[in-house]
Design a protein around this ligand. Structure first.
Ligand code: BGC
Length: 734
């Protein structure tokens, strides 16, 4: 069966890709003809081989109409082959090929936490669009991205996959990614369907331990954890993925309040929900179901439409239906949602992928450029004293140390799609190339890496440092096992002998710049106190070295900002900027008062706050003006100030607008980000930067869990991080 026959079938049913009434009629027609087993087939997703091949059993299942989707099967040849089997099935329903395209398919972009640090949603959107184009050329029509879980705990390895701790930044980045993947219509051109995950509060895992239980109040869910999901749904995200974890006593995959009431009910989401990997079967471990049939029943009842990898729907649902333990309408609704997304993805009209089209799309020069640009914009300069960076004119010889400097695979980060280390430019290659152009000598000594190794040689690094004018140490994490899923850490200090390496290099007395490649804040107290410069690179992707070279040699100035608060100590976690004030906050006039909410052995503040990041220039922000001092709760307020680049180089500053409601029916955070703008200024230039906030965005969920904007007094700050800033006041009136 072919494309033409199928299109005829579709058009006979009155279908067009854009007419949803007709689409629903087409789906009605199909559902009416489906056997229970075929319906369950649509709800089954199975895993391919890690290398992208389908498994042999997939062909029989697809031909029998017993498979709805796969994950990891990819490549035009492989997907077309399996798709043909599905198109040969009785009802010719195409498969939906999914894959974890988290920060790039073949061209790897900075990890999502780095993307968020760019505070540049436009660029993040373009990166997602490029990832979609590469995916689609390889037959992948659905990505399990964006991950929009708020994460306040850097012990959690998956913090790297999201946009960090803030609901506003998280929402902006969620929408940008959904738009990038899907465009206005993901049936067309080079777009694919997105999946907002993991619904919900997976990032709130107790103790930062992956898959662990979360206990989060409904208000905190609605005010903090839900907003990026809601924005993703509003941006049209085709699908959602249910979380593994137990939330307030009900695992995400059995949580009908989350899925049926909030997502599909309140928010009117009409796409489908896929379980996480075997999370339906894990309902037995959770103690929510006694056996496979119970697990299938609980997940279907909760509204999980498609089962990833475990096969409990296929194995049990027919019997459950026969016994009346699930309603036929529930099953049909799940099938309808899956078919709806297949229709919207254009699969019925165009199920196949141009054979061999990969070669024209993968690693296109413009994608590589985009990757470099986003990497450059994601870097966050945490410290820079005595002009340690960029490399100065007097520097003739640089020592680069640290195993990560030469590690191309690490530069790609933890979810590197079909990325290949051999495509990547290592930090060392990038620095060496740029140094050569400038006639600067580079020596490299491995020294130490994230894992202690017999080849560690701290003293070789220390003696090489003695001959250098500048020492650049590249340290951090190995994302192959330290970041992403199942990579929680209890100790956030530099692993292996990397801290020892830093101390030995510093002992040389030579200026020391530390480049950090990590997927989370690490314990950087020593570097903060002792290094000349500290530059957070995250995991920059394929063009890591090019971007690092540009930043280190000052072709560009770092201008990213932290999307997470950076703790001084694991003992402070969770530490986040938008916390509540409490009844006994620390009084700045009397900070030693013991009976305040504080530690006796550490300040409450993080080492670096959310929104913080330096540049090679210096900016001033002056002359705050508010458009009004009273605003109706349905109105908007505009705040502006003059941003001036007082330094000697072109650089970017991110102007950030925060608010606090001083008194309300429920306690409010001490600050909340509500708008931001990243601005580029030439040296000596000034610009009045204006940010607007609609008052309806300043609300919260009251004691009745209804969203409201309460009249009252607000403090507003315009600044360049979540600390300090120009302060103004306004009143919201009814
Ligand atoms: C992860 C998901 C991912 C899925 C498919 C799971 O283990 O939690 O984020 O999309 O696997 O690879």
């Amino acid at each position: 069966m072919t494309k033409i026959l199928l299109a005829v079938l579709f058009l006979c049913a009155g279908g067009t890709a854009s007419a949803s009434v007709d689409q629903e009629k087409f789906i009605d027609g199909l559902i009416a003809r489906m056997t229970p087993q075929e319906k369950l087939g649509q709800l089954q997703q199975l895993d391919g081989e890690a290398d992208g091949h389908a498994r042999s059993e997939h062909y029989g299942l697809a031909r029998g109409g017993l498979l709805g989707s796969t994950l990891n099967v990819r490549g035009s040849t492989e997907t077309n082959k399996l798709q043909q089997a599905a198109m040969d099935s009785r009802l010719h329903i195409p498969l939906l090929f999914g894959f974890d395209v988290i920060h790039g398919y073949r061209t790897i972009f900075p990890v999502p936490l780095g993307g968020a640090a760019s505070f540049d949603p436009g660029l993040v959107e373009r990166a997602a669009a490029a990832a979609a184009a590469e995916s689609r050329a390889c037959g992948v029509r659905w990505t399990f991205s964006p991950m929009v879980d708020i994460a306040r705990d850097p012990r959690w390895g998956r913090i790297v996959e999201g946009a960090g701790e803030d609901p506003y930044l998280g929402s902006v980045m969620a929408a940008a990614q959904v738009r990038g993947y899907q465009g206005g219509d993901y049936s067309r051109g080079s777009r694919i369907a997105a999946c907002a995950k993991h619904w919900a509060a997976y990032g709130a895992a107790e103790a930062g331990r992956d898959y662990n239980t979360a206990e989060v109040s409904e208000r905190t869910l609605r005010d903090v954890y839900f907003p990026p999901f809601k924005t993703a749904a509003e941006a049209g995200a085709a699908t959602f993925m249910s979380a593994f974890a137990d939330l307030n006593g009900t695992p995400g995959t059995a949580n009908s309040w989350l899925i049926r009431d909030v997502l599909k009910g309140e928010w009117g989401f009409d796409g489908f929900v896929v379980s996480d990997y075997t999370s339906v079967a894990e309902l037995i471990n959770h103690g929510i179901a006694a056996d496979g049939a119970g697990a299938a029943r609980a997940a279907i009842a909760a509204g999980v439409d498609m089962e990833m990898v475990s096969r409990l729907y296929a194995g049990n649902a027919a019997a459950l239906l026969a016994k009346g333990l699930i309603a036929p309408a529930q099953l049909d609704e799940a099938v309808r949602r899956v078919l709806r997304i297949k229709l919207r993805a254009g699969l019925f009209e165009d199920p196949f992928t141009p054979a061999g089209g990969e070669k024209d799309v993968l690693l296109k020069p413009e994608f590589l450029d985009l990757s470099r640009l986003l990497a450059e914009r994601s870097f966050v300069l945490l410290k820079n004293e005595r002009g340690t960076l960029p490399v100065g004119r007097t520097v003739k010889r640089i020592l680069v140390a640290g195993a990560l400097a030469g590690d191309k695979a690490a530069a790609l980060g933890p979810w590197s799609g079909d990325g290949s280390a051999s495509d990547a430019v290592s930090i060392l290659e990038g620095l060496s190339a740029r140094a050569a152009e400038k006639g600067i000598m580079i020596d490299y000594v491995r020294g130490a890496g994230p894992k202690a190794d017999l080849s560690d040689d701290i003293s070789a690094a220390a003696s090489a440092a003695a001959g250098a004018d500048l020492v650049i140490a590249v340290v951090g994490e190995d994302p192959s096992y330290m970041n992403g899923e199942a990579a929680s850490r209890a100790d956030l200090s530099l692993s292996g002998r990397q801290q020892e390496l830093l101390r030995a290099l510093a002992a040389s007395g030579k200026p020391l710049a530390v480049l950090l490649m990590s997927g989370r804040p690490l314990d950087m107290n020593w570097a903060d106190a002792n290094a000349g410069a500290l530059l957070q690179l995250w995991f920059p992707g394929t063009m890591a070295g090019k971007a690092a070279g540009a930043a280190v040699f000052g072709d560009v100035s770092p201008g990213g900002k932290l999307p997470v608060s950076w703790p001084r100590s694991v003992g402070q976690i969770p530490v986040y900027y938008n916390h509540k004030n409490g009844g006994r906050p620390v009084d700045p006039a009397n900070p030693e008062n013991r009976y305040a909410s504080r530690y006796i052995d550490l300040p409450n503040s993080p080492l670096y706050p959310f929104g913080y990041g330096l540049t090679y220039s210096s900016f001033t922000l002056t002359g705050l003006e508010l458009s009004r001092s009273t605003v109706t709760v349905s109105g908007k307020i505009e705040a502006s100030a003059l941003l001036s680049n007082k330094g000697a180089v072109r650089a970017d500053e991110v102007v950030q607008l925060y608010v606090r409601q001083l008194s309300a029916g429920v306690t409010r955070p001490v600050r909340e980000l509500k708008a931001f703008k990243r601005v580029t200024l030439e040296p000596g230039a000034s610009q009045r930067v204006s940010l607007e906030v609609p008052l309806p965005a300043l609300g919260f969920h009251g004691t009745d869990m209804k969203y409201r904007v309460e009249p009252g007094e607000f403090t507003l700050w315009l600044g360049t991080s979540s600390e300090g800033g120009l302060e103004g006041r306004f009143y919201a009136i009814p």
